[in-house]
Design a protein around this ligand. Structure first.
Ligand code: IMP
Ligand code: MG
Length: 171
């Protein structure tokens, strides 16, 4: 198992994440922004993104899984652990990649029950052709092809999260 062809290079990630940060900074002026990262994949993206957000904000994390250990496909079964208190906050969900959409669709419906002031989604990578349920993405980094990706937070069996770029996995 190794990281093969580079799909999104470091320079492209840097540039696009700076743009997303600028857009979010202008959209969330005078709001009570809470970035809610989905563990563990979003960690690298979130920490990079927040350094480009110039308005006051908080961060928190939530643990959600829709995969069995070692699986490469979403099961459609989503587990959410310990939802932080988001009532009254302008919550921006930060996710690494949207594939079938099951995870974000479920999470969005679950979080709306906690009465956030607003709820949007910021997703770095979008495998559009794999979508099973419609989920509006408010901030999107890149459209990516339907191949298994690793790096920049994305893992294969928990490895490769450290790569500073996004690459195709070679089994
Ligand atoms: P969804 O519920 O099918 O949209 O799955 C989304 C989740 O699956 C993401 O948060 C990732 O954790 C994981 N995932 C989907 N595609 C990939 C990939 O190509 N590499 C690594 N993880 C992926
Ligand atoms: Mg994930």
């Amino acid at each position: 198992m190794e990281a093969g062809r580079v799909v999104v290079a470091k320079e492209e990630l840097d540039k696009r994440i700076a743009e997303l940060g600028a857009q979010i900074s202008s959209d969330y002026k005078s709001r009570d922004l809470l970035l809610l990262g989905i563990l563990k994949g979003s960690v690298v993206f979130l920490t990079e993104l927040m350094r480009h957000i110039t308005v006051p904000h908080k961060i928190d994390f939530i643990s959600v899984s829709s995969y069995g250990v070692g699986a490469r496909e979403s099961s459609g079964l989503v587990h959410v652990q310990a939802i932080p208190d988001i009532a009254g906050y302008d919550v921006l969900i930060v996710e690494d990649i949207i594939d079938t959409g099951y995870t974000l669709d479920y999470l969005k419906r679950r979080l709306l029950k906690q009465n956030p002031a607003s709820l949007r989604i910021c997703c770095l990578l979008d495998k559009t052709e794999r979508r099973k349920v419609i989920v509006p993405i408010d901030y999107r980094g890149f459209s990516v092809p339907n191949v298994y990706l690793v790096g920049f937070g994305l893992d294969a069996d928990e490895y490769f999260r450290n790569l500073p770029y996004v690459a195709e996995l070679e089994e």
